[in-house]
Design a protein around this ligand. Structure first.
Ligand SMILES: Nc1ncnc2c1ncn2[C@@H]1O[C@H](COP(=O)(O)OP(=O)(O)OP(=O)(O)O)[C@@H](O)[C@H]1O
Length: 269
């Protein structure tokens, strides 16, 4: 059942620049999707409309039956949590624990529930060892996990991750990958903006492509990464395994390493 939908949504910034034009998309509970596209394509503006940080100038955004125009950002963020692209735009406490507990406390949850949420989110985001640290003593990549934990602690049904993969090492990418799976298994919807095509290929089925303020594809990753017209319009590249398969002219829309190895073995035989 659809939980979140954008219906013919456009958004213009106060300076008159129209950053999103006639966008439609919808998400079920427990779904996960990647949003990809070049810098300036309109991805962040689009997801900020999903949790009411921005309200559409045309069309409507419906969250769990609520039109976001009729509710405050605080009300919508109980249902849709947004992790900012830049953690420094989000962090404002002197220790990690206080940063994570701020959201659930604001929701008026009991002390025990707040504590349980903080500990669970810290665990999922891998920041349990830093709860007493000043977030600004932690490296950028770890500050990003602090902001993820802060949003998870609010236990919203939808979680939006804006560029969680930027500047992360392979170990951190694995934490993010496992986190998305855990959240999906709990029935939460996870929408992730990323520039990392390998991460998309390894972690998502549904891929939404934005270019020039519009959605130009919303399909299975296999169809997106083998549609050269879409890739060219969005200035995107195929994931490595697809690139190799394409150069060797083997297989059918290969995406993963396992698929590529299987095809190479077939050819060797
Ligand atoms: N506050 C603002 N005022 C005016 N224009 C803005 C504002 N914020 C963003 N824009 C413009 O809106 C367009 C879309 O920006 P947006 O951040 O949504 O793109 P994006 O696809 O998320 O890009 P990136 O990958 O760089 O984050 C860009 O041209 C950007 O310069």
């Amino acid at each position: 059942m659809t939980y979140l939908s954008l219906k013919d949504v456009s958004f213009s910034y106060p300076n008159g620049f129209q950053a999103v034009q006639h966008v439609n998309m919808s998400f079920d509970k427990g779904e996960s999707a990647a949003i990809i596209g070049q810098n300036g394509a309109g991805k962040t503006t689009t997801v900020k409309m999903m949790n009411g940080l921005l309200k559409p100038t045309e069309g409507s955004v419906i969250v769990d039956g609520w039109d976001t125009k009729d509710y405050s950002t605080a009300q919508i963020s109980r249902k849709v949590g947004y992790v900012f692209q830049n953690p420094d735009d989000q962090i404002f406490h002197n220790d990690v624990y206080s940063e994570i507990e701020f959201g659930p406390k604001k929701l008026g949850l009991s002390e025990e529930v707040v504590k349980a949420n903080v500990l669970k989110s810290a665990e999922i985001a891998g920041v349990t060892d830093f709860l007493k640290e000043n977030p600004y003593n932690l490296p950028y990549s770890m500050r990003k996990f602090v902001t993820i934990a802060s949003v998870l602690a609010m236990d919203s049904n939808v979680i939006i991750l804006d560029e969680p993969t930027a500047g992360q090492d392979p170990g951190s990418l694995e934490i993010i990958s496992n986190m998305i799976k855990t959240l999906n298994n709990e029935g939460k919807t996870v929408i992730t903006i990323t520039h990392d095509m390998e991460f998309v290929a390894n972690n998502f089925e549904r891929v939404i492509v934005m270019a020039n303020c519009q959605v130009i594809a919303d399909r299975n990753k296999r169809d997106v990464f083998w549609d050269f017209d879409i890739l060219e319009k969005a200035l995107l590249k195929q994931p490595h395994m697809s690139k190799i398969a394409n150069a060797l002219q083997i297989g059918d829309k290969i995406i993963s390493r396992a698929e590529l190895i299987k095809e190479i073995k077939k050819v060797q035989k």
